[in-house]
Design a protein around this ligand. Sequence first.
Ligand SMILES: Cc1cc2nc3c(=O)[nH]c(=O)nc-3n(C[C@H](O)[C@H](O)[C@H](O)COP(=O)(O)OP(=O)(O)OC[C@H]3O[C@@H](n4cnc5c(N)ncnc54)[C@H](O)[C@@H]3O)c2cc1C
Length: 407
Amino acid sequence: MSRAPARVGVVGAGIVGLAVARAVQTSRPATAVTVLDKEPGVALHQSGRNSGVVHAGVYYPPGSAKARLCLRGRGLLRELCERHGIAYEACGKLVVATGPGELDRLAELERRARLNGVPGLRRVGPAEMAEIEPHATGVAGLHSPATAIVDYADVARVLAAEVVGAGGEVRLGWPVTAIARRGAEVVVGSGREEAVVDRLVVCAGLQADLVARMAGDGHDPVILAFRGEYHRLRPGREHLVRALVYPVPDPAYPFLGVHFTRRVRGGVDVGPNAVLALAREGYRRAGFDAGELARIAATPGFWRLARRHWRVGLEELRTSLSTAAFVDRARRYIPELGVRDVEPAPAGVRAQALARDGSLVDDFVLGGDETVVTVRNAPSPAATSALAIAEEIVARLLGMAQQGRGP
Ligand SMILES: Cc1cc2nc3c(=O)[nH]c(=O)nc-3n(C[C@H](O)[C@H](O)[C@H](O)COP(=O)(O)OP(=O)(O)OC[C@H]3O[C@@H](n4cnc5c(N)ncnc54)[C@H](O)[C@@H]3O)c2cc1C
């Protein structure tokens, strides 16, 4: 085991960065921990703008970091919520196959889920589906009763309070603009200010590749930002969905498809779609950043992706431009849904890593070295998995990594 670092810095006060900060304090209480974030509050990007689903491990290839860390993360998250009185509701999820053409994919999903050890999983037919979700229709389904809902911003706020309570610092309004090595130290700069640490972890979400490169990490994978737009069921129509209703996902894409999500504070959201955003934090359709556009255009992997998947990209754009198209897609699962049953809800933007060959990177990816660890890909279910991802990063950072088990 290497010498314990006296000072650890974390870039990013999203759920992953805060979980890492907390895990460092738990395993090395004497370490001075500083979390640095450019925003005035915690969880203002992905961690505060997502579906709020605690995944049970249904989708992920057995043996992947996602499969392993989602299962462990869910358990740790549930304990944390219990300990702090954070609302956590195991409302269950129904994955719906709408026609015979989807049955093979549903069977593959079931196979994966069983290998992953998803608790309580059941294959259900139309009659049972009607008991679980009376307004959903399909030819077959998978029911995962352990899938839950939570507000990840609540979780992030509790983690930040724990970090501060244990003597750490969460420095907000502190955009990291430079990272340099000075001997064994790492100097993190924000304009004229600096923070000097012995180890640094970069958990910068939508800016992950840009901040990692400041630290001398490689160019790839790059981040593409995909806006996920939601609608919300209008009051009076919320009875259409009891808990969580999901499509059978297309394995060619890392996104799960438009679904229905009951929120832990009430209300039901429909979405998100996945539209390429022309700004890293492009929450609005009109959001546009010339620099980001130039970066996308100069990325060879992007053109490979576009050649392969332009049809799907256009279809996603159609659901962005037309509420009727959006509702049409969702109506496949809840046929009673009409355009007048929904109203717009705030969007989120996903950070999705793109490899040089034009493939969207499915699994979690860490980069960096022994001094600076960079989180290069932490898409869904990284909120569910955050506490387990943090354990692995801390093991690596503090020289306790298990051979061959890193994400
Ligand atoms: C629409 C949507 C739905 C999702 N649904 C789910 C779900 O239901 N369940 C699930 O498990 N996961 C879900 N996810 C994924 C999940 O939200 C993310 O994987 C997770 O929040 C990633 O956390 P993070 O801390 O890595 O990133 P973020 O929460 O994005 O945090 C990164 C932080 O880094 C900061 N930062 C960036 N650059 C700098 C800089 N230069 N200097 C200082 N600070 C910087 C940002 O301000 C930000 O606070 C969803 C994501 C989206 C977008």
